[in-house]
Design a protein around this ligand. Sequence first.
Ligand SMILES: *[C@@H]1O[C@H](CO)[C@@H](O)[C@H](O)[C@H]1NC(C)=O
Ligand SMILES: *[C@@H]1O[C@H](CO)[C@@H](O)[C@H](O)[C@H]1NC(C)=O
Length: 372
Amino acid sequence: MLLIRRLTLMANSAATTALSWRCSPPTSFISTPTELTYLKSLSLHPKLPYLSLCSTSHSQTPLEDVSDSIPQQSSKRGPITPGLYLVATPIGNLEDITLRALRVLKSANVILSEDTRHSGKLLQYYSIKTPLLSYHKFNESQREQTVLKRLKQGEIVALISDAGTPGISDPGMELAKLCVDESIPVVPIPGPSAFVAALSASGLATDEFTFVGFLPKHAGSRKERLMLSANEMKTQIFYVPPHKLCQFLEETSSLFGTSRRCVIAREITKIHEEKIPSNQFWRGTLGEAKEAFSTHQPKGEITLLVEGKPICMVEPPSEDQLENDLRELISNGHNLSTAVKLVAEGTSVRRKTVYSLALRKFGKLGAEDDSN
Ligand SMILES: *[C@@H]1O[C@H](CO)[C@@H](O)[C@H](O)[C@H]1NC(C)=O
Ligand SMILES: *[C@@H]1O[C@H](CO)[C@@H](O)[C@H](O)[C@H]1NC(C)=O
């Protein structure tokens, strides 16, 4: 309900933007700070009638005018050619969409969407009437052939996810692969991606990072993945569902150490009705985070960044640690050579060293021919 109200309010403000274009030539589709202030004051005073903002008779203009006001095709922009378009969509704030994305969505024959009801709101906001077809991880494989057929017939197919860039922790990868294999053009329409936005403002190192995304559900595989991350010197980036946050902080505090710094980002593009905008970026150590979030579960998906392992802390793990890691992997069903390989990669200890330790502790369990 609240969301719908906010959408309506934003829509009204966008209509205002559109109206001003009528009076003076458009300079940019991006809101000026004044318009953002409007949005803010509107959300704080939801009952404020929007008529007061636009005093002309145009104030009744329906929303269709928003997209009509997008500058018409100029000579620099050719027509949209057939192919698969991976279109990035807003991650909270509906204004975060490019002019090109809107043009592609308008021109497409069909828009594949993860959740047609959710995407419907975005399309309605921009008065895009292109038909939607549901395309999500549960029927991605059934849909592929239908979509491929349409693409081969020369249609323009746009793919969007609920939020952000399709194919990045969202459906799309398989279809992109398939199209590349079939020599069908695959065109990215860049835009928001939650992890890039969070990383850029995190205050952590951005020169090198690892995007991990969602962790495996299975406890053993999850721990294995986290062990690798714990030893990397690059910033590690995860997506965490809100109900998994406590578990995540428990596990990372013990594997990364409680003193490792982290940033918990959520709803970072939304215009907040909350008074403390700092809620969008929580900063502290993993230990502090574990404490802070043990009692309250935030809403919405979380981008969680953990600083890389500080160089001065890279001291060789003890034999006991190595042995524990090996035992854990073996009890998870790995053979000795795989366990040695994973531990060596995860700890940067030479494989030979780990291997001879493994032989001493666990015998020759199926590892005869793999000693380098
Ligand atoms: C895919 O799932 C959606 C929603 O669950 C459904 O409406 C659609 O018919 C499904 N398509 C296929 C091909 O299974
Ligand atoms: C150990 O497991 C890996 C992966 O499961 C496999 O590729 C490898 O051949 C195995 N090695 C031995 C010596 O059994």
